[in-house]
Design a protein around this ligand. Structure first.
Ligand SMILES: CC(=O)SCCNC(=O)CCNC(=O)[C@H](O)C(C)(C)COP(=O)(O)OP(=O)(O)OC[C@H]1O[C@@H](n2cnc3c(N)ncnc32)[C@H](O)[C@@H]1OP(=O)(O)O
Length: 419
């Protein structure tokens, strides 16, 4: 049970509040609470005070919340404006008193007012955000590859498709990476844009963390035509077996590819590095090609599978009109939104040349909470499955099957980023 705490002020921060806000953030994330000058300067360089909230009890910051503008790729490749939420913490002294609820209400109201189509976040724990209308919209998997079981010829080196792989340094990544990622994310439903700071912090040009920077390896795949089609960042440990065999692990920080050829070449490259006995993937789509670019797919085991990007639909009409559909058809959705932001009855008409969505008084085919709409919107989840779980209700027999035929996608959505 939450209890109201009117004496605690929830408000956007000012620049002067940044050090105390960072201390509260570090506390909530169980990091050492002291604040360094580097951290203050870094946060001050990109925090938008109007979109950065703090809760103040007797002048001390006891909760943090931040949002920023993000482009999220809808099914079909159109980016929509998202309200990306991050840095959510409530100090342990002030938990379960409704502070998150107050900060979320403040932020979502502002996002709605601004005209954002959806809000997004990556949830620390599953039970937190459903109550605010968020639904898990993409899932993620991590693989561990037993290199000696892959069936790859250990004599193999380099791509066999006319392309090439080159080791590069951070400066090259900053030059080539942003354009590559733009192509990746525009083609990948569920992917988001990356700002310059992402490239700086992931190549060591900017080092805001207290943890010392360790330069990873970077490799670029170019096609036979010389086009940059893929890139990987990885690190390796130093582990030797009792028989003096090298048993090192290569851990992928991130791997981006615009073509299956690039994906195949980069995974095979990682598995071909001398001394490497194990390859650990980054957070990938659950239907990643990885296992199947290996002669023996069982060499790649999923070691982690979980929800990743959560979506909260703020504008049903624009969200449904932004995406493409698997066929033509009409679906009337009764969207229930207890916060009053996006509820209503909507008629979706999907056609080959685009979709239209309009408020309607026609009889509903399906009734669902706005959180379930967020779960269905990127095409990953099945309405038939949600109906079986009682999470969507068919008002017309067979409507969930129609929804699946329209909404689901052949490849699963994926968000390569954490934010
Ligand atoms: C996008 C991101 O940044 S994800 C990171 C989220 N942050 C963390 O996980 C850091 C550690 N945890 C925390 O800081 C806090 O516990 C928070 C932010 C998760 C929750 O903040 P609180 O102020 O305690 O939440 P609030 O009091 O508004 O809770 C509202 C409801 O959600 C429930 N709830 C909140 N957090 C959780 C949780 N982790 N698990 C289950 N239920 C939860 C509460 O019980 C309450 O339910 P009720 O209305 O039925 O009583």
């Amino acid at each position: 049970m939450t209890r109201p705490e009117p004496h605690i002020d929830v408000r956007p921060i000012t620049v002067a509040d940044i050090p105390d806000w960072i201390r509260a953030l570090n506390t909530g994330f169980l990091r050492t609470p002291d604040v360094t000058e580097t951290e203050i300067a870094d946060r001050a360089s990109y925090l938008e005070p109007t979109r950065t909230l703090g809760a103040y009890d007797a002048g001390r910051c006891v909760a943090t919340f931040r949002s920023f503008a993000q482009q999220l790729t809808a099914v079909g490749g159109t980016p929509v404006q998202a309200d990306a939420i991050s840095n959510v913490t409530v100090s342990p002294t002030h938990r379960r008193r409704g502070l998150l609820t107050r900060m979320m209400a403040h932020d979502l109201a502002a996002a709605k007012e601004r005209g954002d189509v959806v809000a997004t976040l990556i949830a620390a724990e599953y039970p937190i955000y459903g109550r605010y209308g968020f639904g898990p919209a993409t899932w993620t998997a991590q693989w561990t590859v037993d290199v000696h079981r892959t069936g790859l010829d250990p004599r193999w080196s380099g791509p066999d498709d006319g392309g090439r792989i080159d080791l590069v340094d951070g400066a090259d990544v900053r030059k080539l990476g942003p354009e590559l990622h733009e192509r990746v994310r525009r083609a990948q439903p569920g992917a988001v844009d990356r700002d310059e700071r992402w490239w700086q912090t992931n190549t060591g040009a900017l080092r805001p963390d207290r943890s010392p920077w360790t330069e990873p390896f970077f490799a670029v795949y170019r096609s036979a035509a010389g086009e940059v089609e893929g890139m990987v960042s990885y690190k390796a440990d130093d582990h030797w077996g009792d028989g003096k065999q090298p048993l090192n692990t290569a851990t992928v920080n991130w791997l981006s590819a615009t073509t299956p050829a690039a994906e195949r070449a980069l995974w095979r490259y990682l598995c071909s590095i001398d001394w490497i006995a194990t390859v650990k993937s980054d957070w990938r789509a659950p239907d990643d090609l990885l296992p199947f670019v290996l002669p023996d797919p069982r060499a790649a085991m999923i070691t982690s599978l979980a929800d990743w990007l959560w979506v909260r639909v703020l504008d049903v009409v624009r969200a449904l009109e932004a995406r493409t559909y698997g066929g033509e058809g009409v679906l009337v959705l009764e969207v229930v939104d207890r916060s009053g932001l996006s509820g209503g009855r909507y008629r979706l008409e999907a056609a080959a040349d685009g979709a239209s969505c309009t408020p309607t008084t026609a009889t509903a085919d399906l009734t669902l909470d706005v959180a379930e709409l967020g779960t269905l919107w990127l095409g990953d989840e099945s309405a038939v499955r949600l109906a079986a779980l009682g999470r969507v209700r068919e008002e017309r027999a067979g409507a969930a099957r129609v929804a699946d035929a329209l909404l689901r996608t052949s490849r699963r959505p994926w968000c390569p980023d954490i934010f």
